[in-house]
Design a protein around this ligand. Structure first.
Ligand code: C5P
Length: 229
């Protein structure tokens, strides 16, 4: 089964999707990490972000690989470095190029073809896996997402004013929603989960109920098909 989770930055998708996958015994795919890795590679190679042809060649030549919870770009462990602000601020140059999106979407489909998976990103339920059996869209109000991020950073000893976090978040939301291909939006058949006022365990629990219902109805229709055959 393929479970997609899409949603805006700061809604807690990664940690929730990871936890959901663990509870279900499914694999987990963080597609944002793929866009981050390609962006980091472009920064390292000092590719000019206005040079789309070089960015495409770079993406085609890059090898992304996972080992446990670590992500490797051409055999180099980039797990931490892909989360730095310089990468986050530059992803749009890579994520706005359709040829790169198509190549990464193809890799995502190949990974999902081999296993039961929870995959998270922006376009998983809409463009990459339009036929996924279970689609979730995880969101939270902009104020709550910014507040959570503010608290997270403070706990890491990196206090940043709330207004600054909110402004960056609004900019990223707009970039993600306005992208011509792979734009952030819920699929028509997605279940919307709003995590305002809920903790991680509560959100995972809600999602588990949805996924188990889908698994049950799949099992029922498979058995009906068998008895009608
Ligand atoms: O999920 P995360 O915040 O790590 O994603 C980083 C960025 O990668 C997003 O803001 C978006 O621009 C891009 N992205 C995308 N399509 C995906 C996943 C991420 O365009 N499926």
């Amino acid at each position: 089964m393929i479970v997609t989770i899409d949603g805006p930055a700061g809604a807690g998708k990664s940690s929730i999707a990871r936890e959901l996958a663990r509870s279900l015994g499914f694999s987990f795919l963080d597609t944002g990490a793929m866009y981050r890795a390609i962006t980091l590679g472009a920064i390292r190679k000092q590719i000019d972000f206005s040079d789309q042809a070089s960015l495409i060649l770079h993406a085609q030549a890059s090898r992304i690989r996972w080992q446990n919870d670590q992500i490797f770009l051409d055999d180099d462990d980039v797990t931490r470095e892909i989360r730095t602000p310089v990468v986050t601020d530059s992803i749009k140059y890579v994520a706005n190029i359709n040829q790169i999106r198509n190549a990464l979407s193809q890799q995502q489909r190949e990974i999902a073809a081999r296993q039961d998976i929870v995959t998270e990103g922006r376009d998983q339920g809409t463009e990459v896996f339009p036929d996924a059996q279970c689609k979730l869209f995880l969101t939270a109000s902009p104020a709550e997402r910014a507040q959570r991020r503010h608290q997270q950073l403070a706990e890491l000893g990196r206090p940043i004013p709330l207004e600054e976090i909110r402004a960056t978040q609004d900019r990223r939301d707009a970039e993600d929603r306005e992208r011509p291909q792979g734009a952030l939006r819920p699929a028509d058949d997605a279940v919307i989960v709003n995590s305002d006022g809920l903790n991680r365990e509560q959100v995972v629990e809600m999602m588990l109920v949805t996924v188990r219902n889908k698994l049950d109805s799949q099992a029922k229709s498979a058995s009906n098909n068998r008895s009608n055959a």
